[in-house]
Design a protein around this ligand. Structure first.
Ligand code: KIV
Ligand code: ZN
Length: 387
């Protein structure tokens, strides 16, 4: 079993979501909840970005008990100094230093040559190493970087003291096969690959973030970066609860262990959703309400015979309420009978022959049939003397 670390950046990359601006108190509350959920690292913010971001990183560093805290820094001494000060009270800490490596970023944004980028990595990772035992380096837009230059950038960071390398798919550009090959390439071209923590950082612009993250894990990554509910820049970051659920449900396949306390998943997701004022979609994997409701007759019948026929993750596992079997026009006679029995109506299969067509007529007129509708139906049937 390989141990996978969870690095949560809800408070930094997640806050880059348009319209999301957590207060310091909200950040502290989220950080404490993330600690309960069991993440290994919390990226509390980008201290140089604003006085409030600095305060938030400092407040989270004080409030959190045993989880590693990090702040983000560009390859600039002032950013690194700000991060050093903001995280000074953290019990365990690291710094996260980044610079873009792709040709489009080098030429159009940074106006730097390859040599200048390499020199900046060397200078700033070694500067950061004076203040932090653990330095994480991220080549921004790594997935659009020439492979040989990417390996050179990572090797430079390692030689300067970085012990974590985070491969950023900044614009959600890659796919699982390509991202997997990228990690294999680094494995072959970086001398100390096995002594370094390689991390994935996937954005979801093309809907590939979860698949890409899992491909990284299959190809040597031992840390995953993402956010709760997948909030973040553009289409968001990978949703960490989806990665945790994949490891949990498919232990047989991924053979991974982690520190995640699955039962805290719903609570964590709800808190982030409330503070970000972003509703979790009904059909959101893992925490959406529809994940644990079954409407079609065939599925309801199978579920009532053995829940595992249609349920690979139980609601209790992620801290949610029992599976709902909402009744509608697709429901079968078995599910209606079970529901009526639960409501105190002693009806049997024979009587369901009369009741079921009446139920179907009601269901055709409405989206979902409520308990009140069922009571009214049974009262009318009793009046007619049908049962
Ligand atoms: O997406 C990205 O490139 C980032 C870096 C700062 C790691 O968030
Ligand atoms: Zn990012």
């Amino acid at each position: 079993m390989k141990k996978i670390q969870f690095f949560d950046t809800t408070l930094r990359d997640g806050e880059q979501t348009i319209g999301v601006n957590f207060s310091i108190q909200q950040k502290v509350a989220i950080a404490k909840q993330l600690e309960k959920w069991g993440v290994d690292v919390i990226e509390a913010g980008f201290p140089i970005a604003s006085p409030q971001d600095f305060e938030a990183v400092a407040a989270v560093s004080k409030a959190v008990d045993h989880t590693m805290i990090t702040g983000l820094a560009r390859c600039k001494n002032a950013d690194i100094d700000s991060c050093t000060k903001a995280t000074k009270d953290a019990a365990i800490k690291q710094i996260h230093v980044f610079i873009a490596t792709s040709p489009i970023h080098r030429e159009s944004k940074l106006h730097m040559t390859k040599e200048q980028v390499i020199e900046s990595i060397r200078a700033h990772v070694s500067y950061a190493k004076q203040f932090f035992d653990i330095v994480q380096f991220s080549p921004e837009d790594a997935t659009r970087t020439e492979l040989d230059f990417l390996a050179e950038a990572c090797q430079t960071a390692i030689d300067a003291g970085a012990t974590v390398i985070n491969i950023a798919d900044t614009v959600g550009y890659t796919n699982p096969i390509e991202y997997g090959h990228l990690f294999q390439y680094l494995q072959q071209h970086i001398q100390q690959f096995d002594d370094i923590i390689f991390s994935s950082h996937c954005h979801n612009d093309l809907g590939m973030a979860t698949a890409n993250t899992l491909a990284a894990i299959e190809n040597g990554a031992t840390r995953v970066e993402g956010t709760i509910n997948g909030i973040g820049e553009h289409a968001g970051n990978v949703a960490l609860e989806q990665i945790a659920a994949n490891f949990y449900v498919r232990k047989d396949y991924y053979q991974c262990t982690d520190n995640i306390n699955m039962k805290e998943t719903k609570q964590t997701s709800e808190m982030v959703s409330n503070f970000a004022q972003m509703q979790v979609a009904n059909n959101q994997p893992v925490t959406g309400v529809n994940c644990f409701s079954i409407e079609s007759g065939i599925h309801q019948d199978g579920y009532l015979k053995n829940p595992q026929t249609y349920e690979i993750l139980t609601p209790e596992t992620v801290g949610m309420k029992a599976t709902a079997l909402p009744l509608g026009k697709l429901s079968g006679s078995h599910a209606i009978m079970v529901k009526l029995n639960e409501m105190g109506y002693d009806v049997n299969r024979e009587e369901m022959r009369t009741i079921f067509p009446i139920f179907k007529r009601i269901a055709d007129q409405t989206k979902l049939v409520s308990e009140d509708d069922l009571h009214r139906m049974m009262t009318a049937i009793a009046k007619d003397g049908a049962c």
